[in-house]
Ligand binder design. Structure first.
Ligand code: URA
Length: 209
């Protein structure tokens, strides 16, 4: 059974409120996206396997646990997903980072990949796909299809804010993928923006508006 979790820790709710505020400037917005990503990473890595080791403390020998070395890969969806990478790497610094960029051909409606560079051993890695806004869900679903086509079997998705429509589309397309978001909003508007959302995440992270 896959996980679909709205991670509503008070610290996350507080920071999401600041992200939503139109008065929040680029630097603060970028820093906050990183912080929320770190907190979501903490939750999404709860099931990482551990192994027992012995370490010598200054007092005695301790039987204790360390990560069992499952290899991780982060794959931000261009461009807004980039804003989440540093916050994730705060907790999992050894993760490799791939990138995927896609758009939809307006005539055929087929997803077209304009950039895809993934770690060579992606098939052996636990992959975490990043996109702050799970709006229609089609980019996330298409990106995950492409990552699966390259052999990845264990995939999670982390976003900041989801629309119910996006959640439904992503979960239906990839029922095996665990989904972690910080908030589930009301709906999408006619322009594809999440309501109330936070506006265009890419523009707000990169200061392009
Ligand atoms: N992408 C965004 O950046 N914001 C939305 O509300 C929807 C998609």
């Amino acid at each position: 059974m896959s996980v679909v979790e709205i991670v509503d820790h008070p610290l996350i709710q507080h920071k999401i409120s600041l992200l939503r505020d139109r008065r929040t400037g680029t630097k603060e917005f970028r820093d906050m996206v990183s912080e929320v990503s770190t907190l979501l990473c903490y939750e999404a890595t709860r099931d990482l396997p551990l192994e027992e080791v012995e370490v010598e403390t200054p007092i005695a020998l301790a039987r204790t646990k360390v990560l069992a070395g499952r290899k991780l890969a982060l794959v931000p969806i261009l461009r807004a997903g980039l804003g989440m990478v540093d916050g994730m790497l705060n907790l999992i610094p050894a993760a490799k980072v791939g990138h995927i960029g896609l758009y939809r051909n307006e005539e055929t409606l087929e997803p077209v990949e304009y950039y895809c560079k993934l770690p060579k051993d992606i098939a052996e890695r636990e992959v975490i796909v990043l996109d702050p806004m799970l709006a229609t869900g089609s980019s996330a679903a298409d990106a995950i299809t492409m990552i699966k086509q390259r052999g990845a079997k264990h995939i999670k998705f982390i976003g900041l804010i989801a629309a119910p429509e996006g959640m439904k589309v992503l979960h239906a397309a990839h029922p095996d993928v665990d989904i972690y978001v910080a908030a589930l909003d009301e709906k999408l508007n006619e322009k594809g923006y999440i309501v109330p959302g936070l506006g265009d995440a890419g523009d707000r992270i990169f200061g392009t508006k």
